[in-house]
Design a protein around this ligand. Structure first.
Ligand code: PMP
Length: 470
């Protein structure tokens, strides 16, 4: 399966690929030649338990998905100006999982494209330009989506924030701006929502209106943050009062990842209904297919411009055959409920590590999207960035792949393929336990570094040898 040696692969990569590409574990990168279920295999046949690849949603190379793609590729793949059953059946299936208001589908090829189209729809529908985004969020690599991704703003030599973009604090109740434990969750939700209200007020007082508020319903790059109760309810109201619409970015957390619900916005109550939902990553289980789902009113505003929507590959028969197979497998294998049950178990066993390891500050998550926040001081909540980096590296040596994220890169993230099971959870947590025991013997890891002020407006230094996982 290996065509050239690993050292040649590295040499060719260095010679021919842009140096801007990041590599996981760059001091000792992995060469992956095969994937199956929740495992990835290197060129020597070593199996790695994959807790990084939420894209391989129903399991690496699921036979039903592979077969659907191969069969359709052997028949035809052409653009959507010809009638084809796959695109309409896929749209119908996706829409059947959404609240009834969300009834119109656009097909694109990536999460970035989906968010770019969502911004365009919002501008056209509202007639406004200003966008509210959350601190540390990532929404894509296009010019338009980098603008609204504080995760990528104000890095040394990187783009700076544009005037039409407004950054609200990340609603992190553990280590964010509002975290006082004497407040109830609802009160914290209110305090964070008031920040968005203030931005709306400022925008309107300058004679403008809001175009869109965009957020993940469960923030990934921010460090596996579940916004507190009431947050979205109040924020959606403020944004709509300011003339804007609400975009839920489900690129990472959609398709049942959070357990039971299809979509992460549904975790926040039946009354949370976005105007636009963007989908990506898991939709094709590794194949590039993504979508935007919106209301009839928003779609009609776009249509009234008279500018047709065309996207050469968006919704092609092969992509839609694959997306249909992914949706079928989620149902047939009951993966949403599975993610709910295994995720609860995973959180419980991670929680038990708190009693053994002072460094485990917080465990949070829903379904198979879990974060363990490491701190060197539980009272001060000092981020344990060096320890997190050590943990990621050592776990890889133990053949368990995890990543770290959050503004201080101190949150260990678990987002495995949805076929991950309780036995895998035991392996994951016993390996983490072993590595955290080692950490106790390495005092240098506790020396605190310069801590970010939890705002993207501070400069991030990524000195770690693994890279963040978006
Ligand atoms: N939104 C979110 C929340 C993401 O995590 C990502 C990618 N990591 C994107 C959008 C962009 O998706 P893509 O890389 O497919 O363009």
């Amino acid at each position: 399966m290996e065509q050239i040696s690993k050292s040649d692969t590295i040499a060719l990569r260095e010679k021919y690929l842009s140096p801007s590409y990041d590599l996981f574990f760059r001091n000792d990168p992995l060469k992956i030649v095969r994937g199956k279920g929740q495992f990835m295999y290197d060129e020597l046949g070593n199996a790695y338990l994959d807790c990084i690849n939420n894209v391989a949603h129903v399991g690496h190379c699921h036979p039903k998905v592979v077969q659907a793609g191969c069969e359709q590729m052997a028949l035809t793949s052409t653009n959507n100006r010809f009638l084809h059953d796959n695109i309409v059946l896929c749209a119908k299936k996706l829409i059947s999982t959404m609240p009834k208001e969300l009834s119109v589908c656009f097909f694109v090829n990536s999460g970035s494209e989906a968010n770019d189209l969502a911004l365009r729809l919002a501008q056209i529908h509202t007639g406004n330009k200003d966008v509210i985004t959350l601190d540390h969020a990532y929404h894509g690599h296009l010019l338009s989506t980098i603008d609204i991704s504080p995760y990528k703003l104000n890095l040394p030599g990187g783009p700076s924030k544009k005037d039409y973009v407004h950054i609200a604090p990340c609603p992190d109740v553990y280590r964010g701006k509002y975290r006082d434990t004497s407040y109830s969750e609802e009160e914290l939700g209110h305090l964070y929502a008031e920040e968005v209200k203030e931005i709306c007020k400022d925008v309107c007082s300058n004679g403008k209106g809001v175009s869109a508020f965009i957020a993940e319903s469960f923030l990934s790059c921010g460090g596996q943050i579940i916004p507190p109760k009431n947050y979205f309810k109040e924020v959606y109201q403020h944004v709509r009062n300011a003339g804007g619409i609400c975009i839920a970015d489900e690129v990472q957390v959609g398709f049942g990842r959070v357990g039971n619900h299809w979509w992460a916005f549904q975790m926040h109550g039946d009354d949370i209904i976005p105007d636009i939902v963007t989908l990506g990553k898991p939709m094709g289980n590794g194949h590039p297919v993504a979508a935007v789902i919106t209301t009839r009113a928003v779609a009609d505003s776009f249509q009234k411009t008279g500018v047709g929507y065309f996207n050469t590959y968006g919704g092609n028969p092969v992509s839609c055959a694959i997306a249909n197979a992914v949706l079928d497998v989620i149902e047939e294998e009951d993966l949403r409920n599975h993610a709910g049950k295994v995720g609860e178990y995973l959180k419980k066993v991670c929680e038990s590590l708190k009693n053994k390891h002072e460094v485990v500050g917080d465990v949070r998550g829903a379904g198979l999207f879990v974060g363990v926040e490491l701190v060197t001081d539980r009272n001060k909540k000092t981020p344990a960035t060096k320890i997190a980096s050590y943990v990621v590296k050592r776990m890889k040596e133990e053949k368990v792949l995890v990543s770290s994220d959050g503004p201080d890169e101190n949150v260990i993230k678990f987002k495995p393929p949805m076929v991950f099971n309780k036995q895998d959870a035991d392996v994951l947590v016993s390996t983490l336990d072993k590595v955290l025991n080692e950490v106790k013997e390495i005092p240098e890891l506790y020396v605190s570094e310069k801590v970010s002020n939890k705002s993207s407006l501070s400069v991030k230094q990524n000195g770690n040898e693994h890279v963040k996982c978006i």
